[in-house]
Design a protein around this ligand. Sequence first.
Ligand code: SF4
Length: 297
Amino acid sequence: MIPIYRMKVIQIEITNACNQQCSQCTRFIGHHKKPFFMDLDMVAKAIESLEGYKEQIGIMGGEPTLHPQFKEVCEIVEKLIPNRRQRALWTNGFKWDEYKEIISKTFDKDMIVYNDHKDMEVGEHQPLLVAAEEILADRELMWRLIGNCWVQWRWAASITPKGGFFCEVAAAQDYLLNGPGGYPLKKGWWDKNPNEFMDQVKRYCPRCGGAIPMERVSSHAAYDLVSPKNAERLKALGSPKYVKGNYKIFDKKLTEEDIERVVRAGWTPWSHRPYKQSGPEIKWTDKNELRENNKII
Ligand code: SF4
């Protein structure tokens, strides 16, 4: 684990509403009975709580443009984050045409992560509802893998209406499973090293599959892989995706050899596709410059 203050992004989750229901969604879309929409005061409070944080502050969902006050959210971002290079947006482009003007006024092109999830050739997601504690009898191995979790090393910490979290998936799990909530949004809540957020690690990571090398599932599959106890939790919650039967039970025990096989086969769960995209017409890779309609911009 790395300190939250060293993480490259802290997301502000303004909604968990989404027009899509990808398999193994990091925000567990499809399992909630009702979406949340973060109110504007809380958006401002979330940004203000990050005073002193030097890396990217992301606006994320769900699909953030489904927030009924998305325009106002952008205005708050513009006012409270004066450094444009700190502002970032994650969108699947659902309301791109409606909001493209305010989006380009607020965010630099290369700070927009546009992922319409429509590319059927690529896109695999790590099963996050397969609980590490259910599939790994070897606890020492489980904690070793959790300590190296790629989500926490490579992706983001997060703020939901329930507070601040060291990991975006932990934040989503807290919301889904009615957890106790995150750190209160006092200024500097994020200035924590791993020892200081171990309470959250112990609470959320054992019920999560993020850190465990295992076969991934196409993001276009119609189901989530779920371990038995997590399935019971979803059933108790009345998860719509569970009720519709859009899940498959993963009831295996993994050994260190199983894990090694997956790692050797090239397990890179952070990489869903070989390119980045910053708008419907803008694709690029780390090696290429940002391109729009084949012109370098
Ligand atoms: S195991 Fe899950 S909750 Fe823990 S850091 Fe990894 S993705 Fe986050």
